[in-house]
Design a protein around this ligand. Structure first.
Ligand SMILES: C[S@@+](CC[C@H](N)C(=O)[O-])C[C@H]1O[C@@H](n2cnc3c(N)ncnc32)[C@H](O)[C@@H]1O
Length: 377
């Protein structure tokens, strides 16, 4: 079957490699998505294992429509009872880029009406809508007059891993953190440091990766479990095989943050996961960090200076000095939207990757630190 795996802008290539490693076929890169072919076991495994996937969709129906009546008629012409039982609830997610349909919510509303009318005519009953926790989640995608309806096999955003505690102003998206680790080429064995770890998203994703822990280890409520072709034995086998591949290697991963509340949140997330007992998390300003080994990698997401009155240029200058003075021998990757502040590191990036952190365009820059690292004027 055809499968569309959605991701964040800039993570398509690393997602493609993840899909390749899981055995996906005919892989093609799309905008903020990767398309492939796979079997039902592949679909289950992809939901459990893909670290840079946001949602995994299975297209079931394609048609063209240039007005609401065509949209309604096309939806009504398809037999939805193949995928939806009248006693189940449903909802429709939509991504509509079309000059014919300028209100995407309206297109989804038309689809809902057409499905409800079809069931009423056939069965004298209709399935209810539940936007919070639907049994079956459809995705309506349109580009101009070309529509695709897919089943959302994930049923929710896969970035919600369940370990996050609320209480920090700017936590990184979990899928983005996993993507940064994959983009950096961190090989899971060299020491990894996040000196501004906040809630710990980067180091948590690193631990999950290093120990081969499925990112969805704590979740069972995938959309595909409510499909009428759900194979519980197949799913249980895939889940227990993945659990059997979890490693218990020693970790050289550490995180610190100046804010004691952030450090407490990071520690509590590790506790929730029952992982990372040997991960060091402490309250410290980055200037005071002394590396424990001669080489390693830093991946960090400093403040961007978005908050009113926040001046981060001095902070970045100090960060650059700390890199040069304390971390020679390391590769440092910094994610920031603040180009002027990045210049204050006074280091020349050897790689620069453009990404989006929510609505913000950000740069993910690599600095190779050695005695007398190149200074950028
Ligand atoms: C954008 S947040 C990092 C968010 C983190 N990646 C996460 O997923 O939660 C930036 C962090 O830098 C920390 N910070 C600011 N100045 C610092 C300093 N001098 N030393 C260490 N941490 C600092 C802040 O407390 C904040 O938690």
């Amino acid at each position: 079957m055809k499968i569309i795996v959605k991701t964040l802008h800039g993570l398509e290539e690393v997602l493609m490699k993840e899909i390749e490693a899981l055995g996906g076929q005919n892989i093609k890169i799309r905008k903020r998505a990767v398309e492939c072919e796979g079997t039902l076991p592949f679909l289950y495994e992809a939901n459990l294992m893909l670290r840079t996937a946001l949602r995994i969709l299975v297209p079931v129906y394609e048609f063209t429509a240039q007005n609401e009546s065509q949209l309604y008629q096309n939806i009504k012409a398809f037999d939805w009872s193949k995928y939806l039982d009248v006693r189940q609830t449903f909802a429709i997610d939509n991504t509509v880029f079309s000059e014919y349909f300028t209100h995407s919510k309206y297109a989804a509303l038309k689809m809902k009406d057409a499905i409800a009318d079809q069931f009423r005519e056939k069965f004298d009953m209709r399935p209810s809508v539940d936007v919070e926790k639907p049994d079956i989640l459809f995705n309506l995608h349109a580009y101009q007059d070309k529509f695709t309806v897919s089943l959302d096999s994930s049923g929710r955003l896969l970035s919600q891993r369940g370990y996050r505690n609320p209480g920090h102003q700017a936590p990184l998206n979990e899928v983005m953190a996993a993507g940064l680790l994959l983009l950096s080429g961190w090989d899971k064995t060299i020491p990894l440091v996040d000196p501004m770890c906040g809630t710990g998203t980067i180091i948590i994703e690193a631990v999950l990766m290093a120990l081969n822990v499925p990112p969805q280890i704590n979740f069972n409520d995938f959309g595909f479990r409510n499909w009428n072709n759900f194979q519980p034995m197949m799913w249980n086998r895939i889940k227990s095989e993945a659990q059997g591949k979890i490693r218990s290697s020693p970790l050289m991963i550490s995180g610190s943050d100046i804010d004691s509340n952030a450090v407490a949140l990071a520690k509590s997330a590790f506790k929730k996961l029952r992982l990372g007992r040997d991960v060091q998390i402490k309250q410290a300003s980055f200037e005071d960090l002394i590396p424990k080994s001669r080489t390693g990698m830093i991946i960090t997401n400093p403040p961007y200076g978005e908050r009113i009155g926040e001046d981060v240029e001095v902070l970045y200058k100090n960060l650059g000095d700390t890199f040069k003075n304390n971390f020679s021998g390391y590769d440092a990757w910094v994610l920031s939207s603040n180009v002027a502040a990045l210049k204050q590191l006074h280091l020349k990036p050897t790689e620069k990757i453009s990404l989006y952190n929510g609505p913000l365009e950000v740069q993910f820059c690599k600095y190779e630190l050695y005695e007398g690292s190149k200074i950028e004027e």
